[in-house]
Design a protein around this ligand. Sequence first.
Ligand code: GFB
Length: 303
Amino acid sequence: MRVLVTGGSGLVGMAIQHVVKEERGGYEGEEWIFLSSKDANLMSMKETRDVFRKHQPTHVIHLAAMVGGLFKNLKCNLDFWAAHEVGVVKVVSCLSTCIFPDKTTYPINETMIHNGPPHESNFGYAYAKRMIDVHNRAYFEQHGHCYTAVIPTNVFGPHDNYSIEDGHVLPGLIHKTYIAKKEGKALVVWGSGTPKRQFIYSLDLARLFLWVLREYPEVDPIILSVGEEDEVSIKEAADTVVQALDFKGEVIYDNSKSDGQFKKTASNAKLCSYLPEFRFTPFKQALKETCEWFVANYDTARK
Ligand code: GFB
């Protein structure tokens, strides 16, 4: 089994590298190749073919994508349209809970992806990601391939993109809190703080990714999320960052900024039916580890 990981140097890719290293290079008979954008431009058919021919993977974890938070998505919806094919035994791609219909019943489950238009803030990203599910089904029907996808909720952890403008909420808040503390200023949280999110630690996600690659048998996607009871508001998330970084200053909510989707509560019932024993790292602990990583790696972190 030769596993090629696209987007191998990103948030999830680095977490998978970490877990594979913990396993001393993966299970016996596995070879792992982590690609970054420096190795090939996957938007070029030629470079994609060349890199696949060079490594001849039997399995692919497809993580490469243009990714950003709510505010980057609002800025560049058109740029997210991309989908491409690969000729290998198994592909695991990465979707996201923000691709589900905006108007829906809760909790969201795996059967609802195509039930209606996504939230308008990220329609470009959402339709491109939905097409991966269409691709997977078509590849199974026409060629019998087991190409599948996972659907994580909001991911965070070491090696994230900590850009304040374009990043996701947790890395953004961690960076902003770090600066507010250093400069003795207030922390400005965007929006009302009331929206809710289910956050998943990148190392938990990496462990689940390896299980999907090795054992999950379906073409239909699977939601990788903490339970509905572990959903937190943006305010609770901001408070946890403030606590983790021991920030004592003022916290202000800027209501002129968008709240995005109010919630996208996802069901992890399918995951629990496959892996009833799996335990997620508690949110506080995972966020504490992430903040410590950011402080220790401030100079080199992506931001
Ligand atoms: O992670 P995020 O940017 O994206 O979170 P989504 C946005 C929520 O956090 C909104 C609030 O309610 C914002 O008002 N927020 C507060 C902040 N302070 C900040 C801040 O400093 N930075 C940011 N970014 N938000 C994502 C998609 O949507 O869903 C992703 O954009 C991904 O691509 C993910 O698919 C699952 O959670 O709204």
